[in-house]
Design a protein. Structure first.
Length: 181
């Protein structure tokens, strides 16, 4: 295992955001899995300093541009499926570089996403029922500020855990115990 400075839970938070669903990779066909893996690796390297050091909005904007493969300012189920697949490939390739809590957080994110299902998760956040999830729909339960995204997502005052739990159909206490403090 590589010894390194704590990352404010960025990989964990990426997976939590996957569960809420935010960070991403471009949509690609199943036949272009290698291209998706390379693109996601590149995205993770480029976004890490932004997400760890800059205001949350900068991280979300960077991720959104990357996730929104077709540039329509919204996320489709296909884009979310590509995100999930590319993130899983990245996590497997980099598992030795992640701390145990980061690996656990990523696993929890996948468990939530896979339990709820991508189509249902998409529908939960598509509040205007137009078939797409906008940034405002996705972040309805998150209040971004000048802190880095990791700090924002760990702050119960910035993330409405009760609203997220309601959306996911789980008791709020379950999220309270599952999310890092």
């Amino acid at each position: 295992m590589v010894n390194r400075k704590p990352s404010c839970g960025v990989p964990r938070l990426i997976s939590a955001t996957l569960a809420l669903v935010v960070l991403a990779a471009p949509a690609v066909s199943a036949g272009d899995a290698d291209g998706a893996a390379v693109a996601f690796d590149s995205f993770m390297r480029a976004s890490r300093p932004v997400c760890v050091e800059q205001p949350a909005e900068h991280c979300v904007a960077l991720a959104w541009r990357f996730a929104d493969a077709d540039g329509d300012q919204a996320l489709s189920v296909l884009e979310l499926a590509s995100i999930r697949s590319a993130f899983e490939q990245w996590a497997v390739r980099h598992q030795d570089d992640l701390t145990r809590p980061e690996r656990s957080g990523i696993a929890l994110g996948f468990l939530i996403v896979d339990s709820v299902g991508l189509e249902r998760l998409h529908a939960i956040y598509d509040t205007d029922q137009d078939g797409l999830v906008s940034r405002s729909e996705l972040l309805a339960d998150v209040r971004l500020d000048q802190r880095p995204l990791g700090q924002v997502l760990l702050d119960p005052a910035a993330v409405d855990h009760r609203a997220v739990a309601r959306r996911l159909g789980v008791p709020p206490a379950m999220l309270d115990h599952a999310l890092p403090r």
